[in-house]
Design a protein around this ligand. Structure first.
Ligand code: ATP
Length: 247
């Protein structure tokens, strides 16, 4: 479904992505993990066409994403920090996005209602708490029932109830065979969702394995311990320290 070939991205002297080659398929929930600054968001933004790679390409269903922008309507994206016009109200944001897509497009409003956004339609975006802003971003990402969901730190800032609602929704969408890419530093949040783990470090893929492979290789049955066990053999002490914190 998504194939990434020889992807390189440099920001001045910093090599943010260094020869990334990966493939993601329907039905997978891929957790992108790695220390701060390892290139997770840059990889996501390259898939979305928001970052232009220096070399390599991203293929969506076999077509290079810089050749045809239409693939974007198959992706629901929840950014790490949602930016919205300050003076718009929640209701206006949803109306605007629905109008842009066309009034007849099928919508999935489950998160909109479960997060009770229907009771806050007149609240302006600038007045929202960080968590409510995250709820708006999540409800928008799932709104058009896209085949692919890309969620950048989706549970960051959500209260425990909202976080569980979102996780339930991700599990339900996974069961429909969607491809879901998630970044998070909260490994316990990823545990019940993930089918595959892609670990990035300094812009390079350190490993890309299914959960089954991870558990078989390590004999562990917890995501954080399994990853730590792989990393102990492959990386420097500072990354094992990252995993201890990320638990
Ligand atoms: N627009 C940009 N201009 C300059 N440097 C950038 C830009 N975007 C990202 N970077 C740098 O590229 C590196 C990778 O950043 P990226 O946001 O992809 O990391 P990340 O793994 O998502 O980090 P985090 O876990 O903190 O969200 C970082 O060193 C970051 O400072």
């Amino acid at each position: 479904m998504i194939k990434i070939e020889n992807l390189h991205k440099r920001f001045k002297k910093l090599q943010a992505l260094n020869n990334v080659n990966v493939e993601f398929s329907k039905g997978q929930v891929v957790s992108l993990i790695g220390p701060n600054g390892s290139g997770k968001t840059t990889l996501i933004k390259s898939i979305l066409g928001l970052v232009k790679p220096d070399n390599g390409q991203v293929l969506f269903n076999g077509i290079s994403v810089d050749k045809d922008i239409n693939y974007r309507k198959h992706i629901g994206y929840m950014p790490q920090i949602g930016r919205y016009p300050d003076n718009m109200k929640i209701g206006q944001i949803f109306d605007m996005i629905r109008n842009l897509r066309g009034k007849d497009t099928k919508v999935d409003e489950e998160l909109f209602y479960r997060f009770k956004l229907d009771t806050m339609l007149d609240k302006s975006m600038k007045s929202l708490s960080g968590g409510t802003r995250q709820k708006v971003s999540a409800a928008l990402a799932f709104l058009f029932d896209a085949d692919v969901l890309i969620l950048d730190e989706p549970t960051a800032g959500l209260d425990p109830v909202a976080s569980e609602i979102l996780k339930e929704k991700i599990i339900a969408e996974k069961a429909k065979g969607k491809l879901i890419l998630i970044t998070s530093h909260i490994l316990s949040d990823l545990e019940e969702l993930t089918t595959h783990v892609l670990y990035l470090q300094d812009g390079k893929v350190v490993f890309n394995k299914s959960m089954l492979e991870l558990y078989e290789m390590t004999g562990e049955d917890k995501l954080s311990r399994a990853i730590a066990a792989v990393m102990r053999n492959e990386i420097k002490e500072k990354d094992v320290a990252y995993l201890r914190i990320a638990k």
